[in-house]
Design a protein around this ligand. Structure first.
Ligand code: UD1
Ligand code: MG
Length: 481
């Protein structure tokens, strides 16, 4: 049993960024009090060793700060303010249209939260304070914090705690005998007894917006780091007679990302969640750990995804699609019943029709492959339309680029493109037309017409035998010298 004021929630493995979301997956309890969020993102992120601000490094193809804003978005907030450092215009652009506030100097988390005052001081709802580099928190956990806020003791501050395997340098949550939160002590300021406290501070808080800035104004910097600690607002709230509570989250969702090693650890967690969401929504993955998903990948039902497939941004897969594995997709749409791969590559603008077949080493770029068409082997189809039921022979290439411009190839319904055809765009192959294997086609072919473009074939009987004999003789004469 958890003590009162200390609501324990168990580890939640379901996802908030799901690969296949339906409206009824999730019920967000609409809170009567308006919700706001301050997202702290002004830290330099030195350990990333990067020219890119830390919070713009991506997980599942999306900058981590956007994961945080999207998380808050699921709670239907009225206001979000991201605190950035001077010169972080890139972050401001990435989080637009949300508000940003600038922390002129990095003087600590309390100072960072106070820097949001111009945007947030008049906001009297429930205010979450989140970190831009802690993007794996689940909406269920934020919901649990909101529930704690409206619990019997109506705590003015709800802190998200955790029990990490190695508590190390985290701040410690000091609880009263009744389980409520008394204060937070930073590791550097903690006594040995305080360091032994079971719960660590994740950094995430939910505060009564009407009182938040009154407390932030009072935070000082007389401590081991000489910083303005956000964590001090717990003791300030208590001194003001307000109750404070703890909600517990899993260590996994509270992973803070400071280095590229932690970025990869975060990616692994997110990928696992995305894959689980996809499988729960009707996607079969015999080796899920080898499949890489983008956070916006969309799947229909009864999709099969074979091993070692990468989904880049903007991929939508219909129902009953079979992806045989070792495929790479980005910016592509695949309709019901298509069969792809192994080793198929779909690049932006690939639009694959119902029951179309794409085989191994086939690259499709900015092209529509209409229903039932087949491109089964070793082909490049770019800036093109392949009509319904057309058959594209092995090694067919659309020669779409002249070094300056891209040109279109239009292949009619039911056309049969012979093996190793080069289609020099712009060119149109009429419905039901056929090209002979090995042809280079640069003129439009009317419907139902055979186009053959080859040098005439000559046979020289006995030529090879004579050639071989001459070569062997020369070799023997050379060896005898
Ligand atoms: C903070 C908590 C600590 C907690 C830990 C969890 C405080 C005082 N301490 O410590 O109790 O265990 O997080 O990870 O809050 N930031 C700014 N401006 C600043 C300083 C920080 O925007 O001046 C931002 C950072 O970009 C980051 C977040 O605030 O997103 C946390 O800052 P960080 O310096 O990592 O805090 P910790 O020392 O880890
Ligand atoms: Mg930190």
């Amino acid at each position: 049993m958890s003590p009162p004021g200390h609501e324990r929630i168990c580890h939640i493995s379901s996802v908030w960024v799901d690969a296949h979301k339906t409206a009824d997956d999730w019920v967000i309890k609409m809170s009567e009090t308006p919700i706001g969020a301050i997202i702290l993102a002004a830290g330099k992120g030195t350990r990333m060793k990067s020219d890119l601000p830390k919070v713009l490094h991506s997980l599942a193809g999306k900058p981590m700060v956007r994961h945080v804003t999207d998380l808050v978005e699921r709670l239907a907030p009225q206001r979000i303010c991201v605190v950035i450092a001077p010169g972080m215009a890139q972050v401001a652009a990435a989080v637009a249209p949300y508000r940003t506030a600038i922390q002129a100097e990095a003087l600590g988390t309390g100072h960072a939260a106070l820097s949001a005052a111009p945007e947030m001081r008049d906001f009297t709802g429930n205010v979450f304070i989140l970190f831009g580099d802690t993007p794996l928190i689940t909406a269920e956990t934020l919901q649990a914090m909101l529930s704690a806020r409206s619990s019997a003791t109506s705590p003015a501050v709800v802190v998200l705690g955790m029990r990490p395997a190695g508590p190390n340098a985290y701040g410690r949550l000091i609880q009263a005998a009744d389980g409520s939160l008394e204060r937070i002590v930073e590791f550097k300021d903690a006594t040995d007894a305080e360091k032994a406290a079971p719960l660590c501070n994740s950094g995430v808080m939910l505060v009564d917006g009407a009182r938040l800035f009154g407390w932030l104004d009072q935070i000082g910097n007389d401590n081991a780091k000489g910083e303005y600690y956000l964590t001090d607002i717990v003791a300030l709230a208590r001194a003001d007679g307000a109750a404070c509570a703890v909600v517990e989250g899993s260590e996994e969702e509270l992973l803070g990302i400071n280095s590229r090693v932690e970025l990869a650890a975060g990616e692994a967690i997110l990928q696992r969640r995305l894959r689980e969401a996809a499988m729960l929504a009707g996607v079969t993955m015999p080796m899920p750990e080898t499949v890489y998903l983008h956070c916006d990948t969309r799947f229909g039902r009864d999709v099969f995804v074979g091993p070692h497939t990468v989904f880049g941004p903007g991929v939508t897969i219909g129902n009953n699609v079979e992806i045989k594995g070792f495929c790479h997709f980005e910016g592509a749409k695949v309709a019901d019943g298509a069969i792809l791969g192994p080793y198929a590559r779909l690049r932006p603008g690939a639009d694959i029709g119902e029951n179309a077949h794409l085989g191994n080493f086939v690259e499709i770029k900015k092209a529509t492959i209409e229903a039932g068409a087949k491109v089964n082997h070793l082909s490049y189809i770019g800036d093109a339309r392949v009509g319904a039921g057309a058959n594209i022979g092995a090694g067919t290439i659309t020669c779409n680029y002249d070094g300056f411009d891209k040109h279109f190839t239009d292949i009619g319904a039911g056309a049969f493109i012979g093996t190793n055809t080069s289609l020099v765009a712009p060119v149109t192959i009429g419905d039901g037309a056929m090209t002979a294997a090995g042809s280079t086609i640069s003129r439009n072919v009317p419907a139902d017409t055979l186009s053959i473009e080859r040098a005439s074939e000559e046979h020289k009987p006995g030529w090879v035998a004579r050639f071989r004999a001459r070569k062997l003789r020369a070799k023997q004469d050379h060896a005898a010298d």
